[in-house]
Design a protein around this ligand. Structure first.
Ligand code: PMP
Ligand code: GLU
Length: 396
């Protein structure tokens, strides 16, 4: 039978992060000793107090469909969290809980974009943004940033990228993959540009909010009163609470956008998993101090991986202020031949590291910047040391 798939799915690119993780898993199953630094996934256990809440929910017979946009108690916990951590005031009509922040982003794209609407994406951006936008028939508009400017978009660059078709701006801060954090002043400067273009809605992805190493304080675009009505704040528990597989994300948004996401979700998922939702009530209600031990550990690993990377010639790095990735520029290797393999670009380089160093990373192309590779340091100290040693040897 000929290919009966839709044009939409045929033109969809698989997630490069998940694909690389799958490749590493396959090679491991075939007996290869692969160190996986491709996936942004904490290697900690979910904290006991969160697990206990889930076990209690099972015992208490939480098994029925939940409200489509989340349990009221969870929406209230999200409201409390937004107030406590971000100074944001939302009511229940503005919160939608989804199956991961990835679905939250998908919902918002489907809710807001018409065919041909442009979405500004400062590069590097998180891997799925551009395909989520394309699935909604939107047009990603990539704005390249530079390592020298810590991979942050300037107000001038934003202004230059705006056209009459611009509908949205999406960014993550702390940024996956660069670890950069926009300060309050930097966000204000971007907001001043956006004020001149009232048709633009902002998606502020704050899923790495708590994984912040204390240089630049976390700031939310929606905390500016003049941006509140046109900003969707996306967050989730995957990263800070080591809950990637529990699949809970959420938004705080203008009520009309939240209503639209709720309507969509009602036709597509019927809402997020009930047990995971009960556990997240506890995760968000408890103080973020209880997860600080993971952040402290990530900070030590960041120091370690930066110092080891500096010993490898040809890797040029910014100093990530949050999240758990380094995003070195590896253009020094382009055009070279290593062990008979010609390196033309970041994909060749990442593949070379997989084959000759047994270390899985992700090509920078997946994040809209082909000069770099992304290395996740959500791995043990021993794995990081061993991986850097192997890379050094493979390039030596
Ligand atoms: N946004 C960013 C920036 C991410 O790195 C991720 C990684 N998973 C997500 C959203 C999606 O998170 P979730 O696992 O909650 O879907
Ligand atoms: N967000 C993580 C990453 O960037 C998980 C993978 C994914 O969701 O695509 O690696």
């Amino acid at each position: 039978m000929s290919n009966q798939l839709s044009d939409r799915i045929n033109s969809l690119v698989p997630s490069a992060t998940l694909e690389m993780a799958a490749k590493a898993r396959e090679l491991r199953a075939a007996g290869k000793d692969i160190i996986g630094l491709s996936l942004g996934e904490p290697d900690f256990n979910t904290p006991d107090y969160v697990k206990d809440a889930a076990i209690q929910a099972v015992q208490d017979n939480y098994n029925a469909y939940t409200p489509v946009d989340g349990y009221v108690e969870l929406k209230d916990a999200v409201i409390t969290k937004f107030k406590r951590d971000n100074g944001l005031t939302y009511d229940r009509t503005q919160i939608v809980v989804s199956t991961g922040a990835k679905q939250s982003l998908y919902n918002v794209a489907q809710a807001c974009l018409n065919a041909g609407d442009e979405v500004i994406l400062p590069c590097p951006y998180w891997v799925s943004y551009s395909d989520i936008v394309k699935l909604a028939d939107g047009v990603p508009v990539e704005v390249p940033t530079t390592l020298e400017r810590d991979f942050k978009m300037t107000p001038e660059q934003l202004e230059a990228a705006i056209t009459p078709k611009t509908k949205m701006l999406w960014y993550s801060s702390p940024c996956n993959p660069s670890g950069s954090i926009y300060s309050k002043a930097e966000l204000r400067a971007l907001a001043d540009v956006l004020l001149k273009h009232p048709q633009i809605v902002v998606v502020s992805d704050e899923i790495y909010e708590h994984i912040n190493y204390g240089v630049t304080a976390h700031a939310s675009m929606a905390a500016f009163p003049d941006m509140y009505d046109r900003t969707v704040t996306v967050n989730g528990v995957a990263k800070a609470f080591a809950m990637t597989g529990w699949r809970i994300g959420y938004i705080g948004a203008p009520a009309y956008i939240a209503r639209a996401c709720n309507k969509l979700q009602g036709q597509v998922t019927s809402g997020a998993n009930c047990i995971a939702q009960r556990a997240v009530i506890t995760a968000l209600t408890e103080s973020p101090d209880r997860i600080q031990y993971m952040v402290d550990e990530f900070k030590e690993r960041r120091t370690l991986i930066l110092s080891l990377l500096r010993e490898i010639p040809g890797f040029e790095c910014n100093e990530p202020e949050g999240a758990f990735y380094v995003y070195p520029d590896v253009t020094a290797y382009f055009g070279k031949t290593l062990k008979g393999t010609e390196i033309h670009n970041a994909s060749d380089f990442a593949m070379y590291l997989l084959e000759h160093a047994n270390v899985a990373t992700v090509t920078g192309d997946a994040f809209g910047n082909g000069n770099c590779i992304r290395i996740s340091y959500a791995a043990s100290v021993n794995e990081i040391k061993e991986a850097m040693e192997r890379i050094k040897k493979a390039l030596g």
